[in-house]
Design a protein around this ligand. Structure first.
Ligand SMILES: Nc1ncnc2c1ncn2[C@@H]1O[C@H](COP(=O)(O)OP(=O)(O)OP(=O)(O)O)[C@@H](O)[C@H]1O
Length: 328
């Protein structure tokens, strides 16, 4: 049941709510059959962007093209997109199979056809055995699979997912994460997944699109965005980096690139503020001149060769090429 993916293009889309500009002239080209994550802090405009693509929110300015066709003024059901909501929005009085088949009923398909298609979708998400149950008889993870099947039954070219994993416990979240990725690959369509979790985005995304303050701050593969953040915001939001101001500019420096040395022998002198044991690594926070705190992520075995404690004076050092220049 593989479907060929289509490319989705946002051309200067803007969303205004009264005086609030939630999305400010955002342009982006999502390649076909990509798992893309829209990542950013609360209020940066991720959901508004997704809802405009889905057609649940009007576009104040700009256009949305799917496979070259302007879909920005079409009703949601005619766009070739489908949305899976955060709270799943299942109908409590309908069985699992009827929930999944619901949109086909609205389209007037006959019962036999709709139940057959719903059966295929339930198989896809591994829920065939629970077709006759009602939503309240399902676990959170199972409800989510129903919501997925219900969105996929419309055969969308782009599946839009708004914080799809946020209601699940951490264990299930990781399991559903790989499930989503598997489905995306198997179907060969694009998934556009909104999250504020950088771990989630890095684990899933072929492409991470980082939003901040109503605009896209940076987009690229997880590895590129992590290793070559453009701005201090991206470096800090993705985590694992220090942002340091040096005489010749502002730089990102990965915490695992910082080593501790004896006082007087490093590139910077510092005083240890906190030490946290994290299993494979020890995270050491150290204050340098100007009250900047730098984080060093030291491998467990290395740290315990020469244990340091809060209050100790140390040197911090790194290889020069590990400094990554930031544009702002
Ligand atoms: N219906 C609305 N009316 C007025 N303002 C809104 C409306 N929906 C969103 N906003 C505002 O638009 C901005 C962007 O909101 P949006 O929900 O798109 O952000 P988000 O990045 O998805 O945030 P979150 O992660 O908290 O869901 C916020 O300032 C928000 O308060």
């Amino acid at each position: 049941m593989s479907q060929r993916g289509k490319d989705l293009e946002l051309v200067k889309i803007t969303k205004r709510y009264g005086d609030t500009i939630a999305v400010n002239a955002v342009s982006h080209h999502f390649k076909p059959a990509t798992y893309a994550c829209l990542l950013g802090p609360s209020g940066c405009g991720k959901s508004s962007t997704l809802r405009m693509i889905a057609g649940h929110e009007t576009v104040s300015d700009g256009s949305i093209l799917l496979d070259g066709q302007d879909i920005s003024r079409l009703p949601p059901a005619h766009r070739g997109t489908a949305m899976m909501f955060q709270n799943y929005a299942l109908f409590p009085h309908l069985s699992v199979a009827e929930n999944v088949a619901f949109s086909l009923k609205m389209k007037g398909e006959d019962k036999r056809n709709r139940l057959a298609k719903a059966g295929d979708m339930l198989e896809l998400v591994d829920l065939s055995a629970l077709a006759e149950r009602f939503p309240h008889q399902l676990s959170g993870g199972q409800q989510q699979r129903v919501a997925l099947a219900r969105a996929l039954i419309t055969r969308p070219q782009v599946l839009l997912l708004d914080e799809p994993l946020s209601a699940l416990d951490p264990f299930l979240r990781v399991r559903m994460r790989s499930e989503l990725k598997r489905l995306q690959r198997e179907l060969g369509i694009s998934f556009l997944h909104v999250t504020h979790g950088q771990d989630e985005a890095m684990a899933l995304a072929d492409e991470i699109v980082v939003m901040n303050d109503a605009v896209i701050e940076q987009a690229g593969s997880a590895r590129d965005v992590f290793n070559r953040p453009d701005t201090a915001f991206v470096a800090q939001f993705l985590g694992g980096h220090n942002v340091i101001d040096l005489a010749d500019g502002r730089f990102a420096l990965r915490s695992d690139a910082v080593s501790l040395t004896d006082a007087g022998t490093g590139k910077m002198e510092a005083r240890i503020m906190a030490v946290e044991y994290q299993g494979t690594h020890v995270s050491v926070s150290a204050r340098v001149a100007g009250n900047q705190d730098l984080m060093a992520l030291v491998p467990d075995a290395v740290f315990f060769q020469n244990v340091k404690n809060p209050g100790d004076a140390v040197g911090l050092t790194w290889e020069q090429e590990k400094l990554h220049r930031l544009t702002q």
